[in-house]
Design a protein around this ligand. Structure first.
Ligand code: C2O
Ligand code: CU
Ligand code: CU
Length: 486
């Protein structure tokens, strides 16, 4: 039977003397009006909207929404009324048009995370501001050679990003690679967390939670509480996992089946690698190949220690981040007559290796958390090279088409997952070791008091965009910088 942790129950107001677990059906009851809270529903997938004839035009509305989460009524904010919003499926070379209406009480905007598209004008421009009640038309021209894979969209208005993503505003984007990976089933699995109070409303967030990076106690897959998926022995599935949590680090594990890593952040590995666990920082994606064997398995996320503020806030009781126990996310039941083995997965095409290219520049970015202002109960400063975000200041200028080496240094006691828009990073040095097989990522964890080195090719587009910590509270608190490719 699938158990919820005490923290999850607390979040739902389901603890206390009257909270009783009813086994078997995985049904939870409270003593407050008999409102049930259910797990084990069949996995649902967000509605897919697919391009045709080279175009996909969608209308999205960000608005408060009353919906069902785990069988209970919740008030969240969604795109088009569902959690997650629709999955946008496109092909390289397509044009995506999004008409976004802001039905929220604060300003918002949209970012297509990981897509290699122009940051200018009404493209993937994080400086766009869409006021309450306003509508804005985005147009993203996806290049012919765009890497197929799993991406996502979410609001990015500075100061509001964490709150809006935490409230339910996100959806997946798939750039198709027709027929190249033979699978029985292709699933989009958006993992998110949600913090609800006992009445099902979005819970308030305290200043220390924002400094730590908020984590909703309820961890959802496609907006569901521990849904179940099933397959026949021998079937091969592609799982497109998105970590849409504003701050939570995921360490995913599925015991009992064969799991291989096919791609990370939309970049295929040459040969899928057999793994037992995969780490996803906020914003990261992983495409997994799951070969169904037999029996009932559970997709879990294990606790990740992403640092804390122990040394900085002596008075804080819970100065550490992250969950302390594994959480069940989804059950995967393999039963029935076995199916025929599938064709092997062809090798991915070799990706560009920037280690053999000429560097135009090296730069060092230092991510820091300051003490200033914290003692009075205010927020600490979250800075990059000593400065907080200022949309009107240009922090880094790079030459369009050049390759650079960036050293990302973390002088703080918390991990920061660092993200750059438009251009992915080739991670060549992790925690001071050179990687023999460098990985392409668009969010890379820079560990507490550690550093990583990445290579970046500023190809394809010029224009101004941002890089930031993808613990979205940190971004909102200032850990973001501007960059222009000219
Ligand atoms: Cu997923 Cu700048 O963000
Ligand atoms: Cu992004
Ligand atoms: Cu951070």
């Amino acid at each position: 039977m699938i158990a919820l942790t005490r923290r999850q129950l607390l979040a739902l107001g389901l603890t206390g003397a009257g909270a009783v677990a009813v086994g078997g059906a995985g049904l939870w009851w409270t003593n407050t009006g008999g409102a049930g809270f259910t797990t084990g529903a069949d996995l649902a997938e967000p509605q897919a909207l697919s391009s045709s004839g080279g175009r996909l035009d969608v209308a999205l509305e960000a608005a408060p929404t009353r919906l069902r989460v785990g069988g209970r009524t919740a008030n969240a904010w969604t795109f088009n009324g569902t959690l997650p919003g629709p999955t946008l499926r496109l092909r390289p070379g397509d044009t995506l048009g999004v008409t976004l209406r802001n039905g929220l009480r604060d300003a918002t905007n949209l970012h297509v995370h990981g897509l290699h598209v122009s940051p200018q004008g009404n493209g993937d421009n994080p400086f766009v501001r869409i006021g309450p009640g306003e509508t804005f038309g985005y147009r993203y021209a996806i290049p012919e050679g765009h890497p197929p894979g799993t991406y996502w969209y979410h609001p990015h208005h500075h100061g509001m990003a964490a709150e809006q993503v935490a409230a339910g505003l996100y959806g997946a984007i798939v750039i198709e690679d027709p027929g190249t990976v033979p699978v029985s089933r292709d699933r989009v699995l958006v993992v998110s967390d949600l913090a609800l109070d006992a009445t099902g409303n979005l819970a308030a967030v305290s200043p220390p939670e924002r400094m730590m990076g908020r984590e909703g106690a309820l961890v959802l897959v496609n907006g569901q509480v521990v849904p179940q998926a099933s397959a026949a022995p021998g079937e091969r599935e592609r799982w497109r996992l998105v970590n849409a949590c504003p701050s939570r680090f995921l360490r995913l594990r599925l015991d009992g089946q064969q799991v291989r890593l096919l791609a990370r952040d939309g970049r295929r590995l040459r040969v899928p690698e057999e793994i037992t666990e995969v780490d996803l920082a906020p914003g990261n994606r992983a495409d997994l190949i799951v070969e169904a064997r037999t029996g009932n398995a559970v997709l879990r996320t294990l606790p990740v220690d992403r640092g804390g503020m122990d040394g900085m806030m002596g008075h804080m009781e819970d100065g550490r981040s992250g969950t302390t126990e594994p959480l069940d996310l989804m059950s995967f039941n393999v039963a029935g007559p076995p199916v025929q083995a599938m064709l092997p997965i062809p090798e991915g095409i070799g990706l560009r290796d920037l280690r053999y290219e000429t560097l135009a520049a090296r730069r060092t970015l230092t991510f820091a958390m300051g003490m200033a202002g914290m003692m009075g109960g205010g927020m600490g400063a979250f800075t990059i090279n000593g400065r907080e975000f200022d949309p009107d200041r240009l922090d880094e200028t790079v030459r369009s088409g050049s390759v650079e080496e960036w050293t990302l240094v973390n002088s703080s006691p918390m991990d920061h997952p660092i993200h750059l828009h438009v251009w992915p990073m080739q991670v060549v040095q992790d925690a001071s070791r050179n990687l023999s097989e460098p990985t392409w990522q668009d969010v890379v964890i820079v560990p507490a008091f550690g550093q990583v080195k990445v290579l970046i090719a500023f190809d394809g587009f010029s224009g101004r965009t941002v890089f930031h910590c993808h613990i979205l509270d940190h971004e909102d608190l200032g850990m973001m910088g501007t960059i222009e490719a000219r």
